[in-house]
Design a protein around this ligand. Sequence first.
Ligand code: NAI
Ligand code: MG
Length: 478
Amino acid sequence: MKKYQHYINGKWVDSTVKGENIVVNDPATEEEIGEISCAVKDDVDLAVEAAKKSYESKVLVDMPPMERASLMRKIAIELRKASKEGGKILCSENGKLLPAAEFEFIDAANYFDYYSGLTDKIEGRTIPVNSKVMDYTIYEPFGVSAHIVPWNYPISMLARSLSCSFAAGNSTVVKTAELTPLATASIFAKAIDNAGVPPGLINIICGYGSGAGNDLTSHKDVSQIAFTGSVKTGKVILHAAAERAIPAVVELGGKSAAVIMPDADLDKVVNSAKGAIFGQAGQICSAMSRVIAHKSVKNELVDKLSNLANSLKVGHGSEDGTDLTPVISEEQLQKIENYSRSGQQAGANAVAGGKRVDRKGYFFEATVFDNVQPEMTIAQEEIFGPVLSVLEYSDEEEAVSIANNTEFGLAAGVFTNDLNKATSMASQLNGGQVYVNSWFTGSVATPFGGYKQSGYSREKGKEAIKSYLQLKNIGIQL
Ligand code: NAI
Ligand code: MG
């Protein structure tokens, strides 16, 4: 079995304690595919020390913006070159479709390209105070930025925060998710190294959340945190940040609803559902996990959605023709089973799927629940599996009320051909992004983040760079 290591100070190293390893499985086969050093506190200390030294050396801060941009574009080139090799590893550790795994490296490259364009546009302003004072603002990085990455999009999510943090001039320590560390520690780290990133600016360690994750976010030399993952862990991380009064970017989960108007093109809803709730086995923070359909179209839509769910081919992410891939772990599979059971007990009707697939691997059937009531657990909590809840409404006010009636507010959507209705809905729905007649319409350039408990920061787009910078005001008495 291949052994993987941490990437600290420009070198691949084992943990300081011998024998501390994490074994990684292929969720489609349950086979062990690799073993990686597991960071303990001493390893976190080494990674933070390397980041701190590189920050204090000013190697990145003093690098002219155009040179920083060019280094970032080299990283992008290396990531694109690595997409085939990296995609293979990512496909087997995460379970996702091979083309989707390869695309994560392309997506990552896009982030580095996009934020490379901002390195020379981090501009302050001058402020009139009085004729005897020259007052101006500048933006400065925080220093050492800690990035905690989830297992659903290990490469994309990492690149999203890292590229922005790097463009801003921070040094970074990344903790990968313990379930999916391999492609990051090997291929992603190699791309960073091949691009010629000076040692210590980007360090990548693997370890458990409660161990290395906690040691990292509570480390005295970490000045800022970026986290993507569950609401529960997000709150733990915000507590750690509060303890040291440092800022944290948090992008958390969701229970996002699509409102289907009577005039909607139902095939557009079905096409969206294929990627947005059954793709990636539903393990998507902004998944379209609720459909709120007008009573005049609900039954027809449920038929179409259940036909879709029943037509999906279950298989390994690397097999041609596979639609439905496994969820990440046995634990996640059991969680989904429990949700499904709770839905059935509460009176919802599983018109497609509803149970685990009878084969090796952590597969759950593509599931459509009809007759879901707004207060049911399956309408309220993030399931993070291929499970769609369909609810019914009679008038628009009721649709908005059902859609907004959860603790989350990550994304929302509306399907209608009436532009007035679409814009009116879009302004009433709680969500950091609202999609009309599709799902996932964004790119690296569109700001992304949550309302309510889905978080309050924004990643992607020009807005995100401010999360990785602090503002300084300078006044000169003339
Ligand atoms: P999680 O939120 O616990 O894990 C995400 C990352 O946080 C991992 O790297 C983990 O090691 C780290 N972490 C955990 N505890 C930590 C701590 N105390 N300090 C620092 N880092 C810590 O997610 P988990 O438990 O793997 O998945 C459970 C649920 O989380 C899923 O069912 C899903 O609902 C949600 N989730 C949401 C994601 C999103 O994109 N919004 C991504 C992953 C999970
Ligand atoms: Mg090196």
